[in-house]
Design a protein around this ligand. Structure first.
Ligand code: PAF
Length: 283
């Protein structure tokens, strides 16, 4: 594995790889890698000759009162994990390399960015769309791999790639979970033992909702209320949102219909830690 910190050097090596006819797969991350990231690399290795991973904690996608400064960072640990996973090129630019001067350009996707995390974190998806566009322009991957754990982010990126005819195929990858159901996230390290125990209500409530839908429940408010009520029983949980929307357009609906593809998504705070989780269901 070769670690690269400058845009020019990465462009040079990838130009040579493409000239040799190799397919380039790209796994963009903000680091503090876990098995979820490694599963994206494994999927990339199945499809591509060369796997590029970026680690960049992108300031554009954090609000002023969010956890940009305390977001966990450990490049030596991540480098070891990336190398063991079979990453070919690890791109770890600094903020001054990615944004040498004030960014005057912003990539903004409408509608799919409005509900869920878009409502709770104004500007977040502009920051994501802008950095992913920039990374795509640098890496020029044939394929890019994104986890369904960030289902709204995936919908935003797919819409952006489609609208702007970006020459990349987006490959969605399933959410990875601990044995007890907690979705893997770099932010899990913030949780105290008690918070972590109570956070199991998130995946439990999603499983219960899926069982309700499988048993024939079609009323969205009833399903949403059941999820919210399960989570609210945890004294440390503060619900940001629980929503059941059409996927991937993220439109609201009052009743589910046969054949619908829907996203049940939630965001819940435990102390300062905000966790998200979701399930995509085919009704
Ligand atoms: O999902 C993430 O880790 C980030 O939002 C991404 C896609 C790397 C952009 O900074």
């Amino acid at each position: 594995m070769r670690t690269i910190t400058t845009i020019n050097e990465l462009r040079d090596v990838l130009r040579a790889e493409r000239r040799e006819g190799r397919t380039v797969g790209f796994v963009p991350t903000m680091g503090f890698l876990h098995e979820g990231h490694i599963s994206l690399v494994n999927r990339a290795k199945e499809i591509c000759d060369v796997v590029v991973m970026s680690i960049f904690v992108n300031p554009l996608q954090f609000g002023p009162n969010e956890d940009f400064d305390r977001y966990p960072r450990d490049i030596p640990r991540d480098s070891k994990l990336a190398e063991e996973a079979g990453v070919s090129y690890l791109f770890t630019p600094g903020v001054e390399e990615m944004y040498p001067s004030k960014m005057l350009t912003n990539v903004s996707v409408a509608e799919v960015t409005e509900p869920l995390c878009g409502a709770s974190r104004p500007g977040h998806f502009d920051g994501v769309a802008t950095v992913v566009t920039k990374l795509f322009n640098i890496v020029q991957p044939h394929y890019a791999f994104f986890g369904q754990k960030d289902a709204q982010q995936l919908a935003v990126i797919e819409q952006m790639v489609y609208d702007l005819s970006m020459p990349v195929t987006i490959v969605p990858c399933p959410t990875l979970r601990e044995a007890d159901g907690l979705a893997l996230s770099s932010r899990n390290v913030y949780l105290s033992a008690e918070e972590r125990e109570q956070a199991l209500a998130l995946s439990r409530s999603l499983r219960q909702a899926q069982a309700m839908v499988e048993a024939g429940e079609r009323d969205v408010a009833t399903i949403r209320d059941a999820v919210a009520s399960e989570i609210s029983q945890q004294p440390l949980a503060v619900i940001d949102y629980v929503e059941l929307l059409q996927y991937p357009r993220l439109g609201y609906t009052a009743r589910l219909a046969e054949g619908d593809r829907v996203l049940l998504a939630l965001a819940v705070k435990f102390g300062k830690t905000r966790l998200i989780d979701n399930i995509i269901m085919n009704v």
